[in-house]
Design a protein around this ligand. Structure first.
Ligand code: C2O
Length: 617
């Protein structure tokens, strides 16, 4: 079999996603199998054109049918998609069930969309002269609210076989996020739009069609969804429009303790603090927003890691996906429901109208981030731009969309109401504690199960770099081989040169970032075997942090993980205490060194992951 080194794939200049197909190997359990079965992708001078040509010759329907035949074939060279590395739109005819992980029980709702073999490539209409404006949910007018409620009632009244109905639309999220689809052409790789660079574009398209459907139902093409402005003090609670129990946008499955005027905690770890004042909470939230958005300088750190055809899912979440996104899901869902429904679990989140309001703000944060400029740019990598999804549009037509057509939301015809963005001026402040890591921190061995706070001393690969070098290459802390159960809420925080979370909360510079996982159900590939674990990697950019805490000239830094694991669902409450593990806390890498090192250390990483997987099984 001809193999291919992806790093020879032509990269546009300025690409910040190092090719790291094999870097995903240091994961555990069934992932090793995924790695060995990964198909090779051919390398052509202009992959994008080749892909277009090969697909353009075939009628879409034939491609879908043809792929079914090829999926099980041993002849890789006959695979028409061997020319392309972007993730392909899923094959709706091969949708499988989403299951409960702990029991293997199929969840009551079938997430699969209606199958329609007529798929049109979606053509964007020319952007209107006047952009539609998505309003902040706490600022909407009565007139707007009446329209919004009417549109949602009409959506709820659609028959269940209408792909635009409320429940079908909710299931779009379930199907794309709970392993109901395989990657096209692969029978052993699930399609997952979270924990990777598809997170923002997938949800942008999802909301785009959702909004158009609502607009069509009330015959108002200017209709827009509201956004939940939780990045600003007046928006830091459940918007009042969602709490009127008689309204179509009300949902009873929300955390009863988090009703307004409860101020939300963007660093919520599963338990409500009784000691933090609202003012302190708000201040910490603003600093958190700064850290998760404004302070992030590289696309892979902000958007999530590269995820290409043939890759195992979940290569790594971006900052915003973890916080505030996952936190708000967990904070909003009802913990007394079996699976934290609705918002607390991906399969059910779309059943709550607040989900779309939450995601409108996530979408807005993407726009704000690219607007900050500097090195904050969207990828120009064609594997990102050409990644595709399928949605039913407002006319029940199944359409295929690509990431490249959603990168500029103004081309989609909408923008956001202008509101103050207070967090742009609220960087966390350094505490600079006199911290000497305990001797044990130098001898921590991995893998280890995180059942207590872990402190580890990490050697840096470069120090005392110039300003220019730091602009070009971000120093990144890599926490590799995180393994956890898919149906757990897991959060751990990473502190640098500090070990006191009460002193160095999220308002302090030493608080480097968080890993946050929201429960979801996932079956594994076509066989729909129970797949109960997720392997992923956390990366945190820390160049500025080290400067600010005065550690840039140090040879090493001490990293402390502080973690919580909380059962946000009644089903899991009596289970054994959850465990998750970190296989490897790596050295620091800057962007280019990263690729270089990866080539050099790849085999040892693979070897270590193999041993580890045995150890964990
Ligand atoms: Cu697809 Cu908020 O998650």
């Amino acid at each position: 079999m001809a193999s291919m080194i992806l790093s020879s794939y032509p990269r546009p200049k300025g690409n910040t996603f190092p090719h790291r197909k094999k870097l995903q190997s240091p994961v555990v359990g069934n992932r090793r199998y995924l790695l060995s079965s990964r198909k090779q992708v051919s390398c052509k001078a202009n992959s994008y054109e080749n892909e277009e040509r090969s697909l353009g010759r075939l009628e879409r329907r034939d491609v879908l049918i043809g792929l079914g035949g090829l999926a099980g074939s041993a002849s890789l060279s006959a695979d028409p998609l061997a020319l392309a590395a972007p993730i392909q739109a899923p094959d709706f005819s091969k949708c499988g069930p989403a299951k409960l992980l702990s029991t293997g029980e199929v969840i009551s709702s079938n997430c699969c969309p209606p199958v329609d073999l007529t798929i049109l490539d979606y053509k964007l209409r020319p952007a209107p002269n006047k952009l539609r404006v998505r309003p902040a949910a706490h600022l909407v007018t009565d007139e707007y609210l009446a329209k919004y409620k009417k549109a949602v009632s009409l959506m709820k009244a659609l028959p269940d076989d209408d792909p635009r109905s409320f429940s079908r639309q909710a299931n779009v999220h379930c199907a794309y996020c709970n392993g109901a689809f395989d990657q096209v052409g692969y029978t052993d790789l699930v399609l997952q739009v979270h924990f990777c660079w598809l997170f923002f574009p997938f949800h942008r398209w999802y909301l785009y069609f959702y909004e158009r459907i609502l607009g069509k139902l009330i015959d108002d093409p200017t209709f827009t969804l509201p956004f939940w402005n939780y990045d600003s003090p007046p928006g830091m609670q459940i918007p009042a429009i969602f709490t009127d129990t008689s309204s179509s946008i009300y949902n009873s499955l929300r955390n009863p303790n988090h009703q307004p005027p409860t101020v939300m905690d963007l660093n919520w770890s599963g338990t409500d603090s009784t000691t933090t004042s609202n003012d302190d909470l708000i201040a910490a939230n603003l600093k958190t927003m700064y850290r998760q958005v404004a302070a992030v300088k590289k696309a892979n750190l902000f958007l999530g890691e590269a995820y290409r055809a043939g890759d195992a899912s979940s290569p790594g979440q971006g900052t915003v996906e973890a916080v505030p996104h996952n936190i708000i899901h967990a904070w909003t869902g009802e913990p007394n429901q079996p699976n934290g429904e609705d918002m607390g679990n991906f399969y059910s989140a779309g059943r709550d109208s607040i989900f779309y309001c939450h995601h409108a703000n996530i979408d807005r944060l993407w726009t704000i981030w690219t607007g900050l400029g500097g090195t904050r740019k969207n990828p120009t990598d064609t594997d990102w731009l050409d990644a595709a999804f399928l949605f039913y549009d407002e006319n029940k037509q199944l359409v295929r969309v690509k990431v490249r057509d959603c990168v500029d939301e103004k081309k989609l015809g909408y923008t956001y109401q202008e509101v103050p963005i207070p967090w742009l001026k609220t960087p966390p402040v350094p505490r600079k504690p006199k911290f000497t890591p305990p001797a044990s921190a130098s001898s921590v061995t991995f893998p280890r199960v995180l059942d207590s706070v872990v402190q580890v001393v990490v050697t840096r690969s470069k120090k005392s770099r110039t300003k220019k070098q730091k602009e070009d290459e971000e120093e990144v802390l890599v926490v590799d081989g995180i393994k956890l159960e898919n149906d757990e809420f897991v959060k751990f925080d990473v502190l640098i040169n500090d070990d006191d979370p009460t002193a160095s909360g999220p308002d302090k510079t030493e608080f480097a970032g968080s890993f946050v996982h929201i429960p979801h159900m996932e079956s594994d590939g076509k066989k729909k075997k129970k797949k109960d674990s997720l392997g992923t990697i956390l990366r945190i950019g820390i160049s500025d942090l080290l400067d600010e805490v005065g550690a840039d000239d140090d040879d090493s830094v001490a990293v402390t993980h502080l973690f919580s694991i909380t059962h946000l669902s009644s089903r899991l409450k009596h289970r054994q205490p959850a465990r998750f593990s970190v296989l490897w806390v790596d050295r620091f890498f800057s962007d280019t060194v990263y690729i270089f090192r990866f080539k050099n250390v790849i085999s040892s990483w693979e070897n270590s992951s193999l041993q580890v997987s045995k150890h964990l099984l």
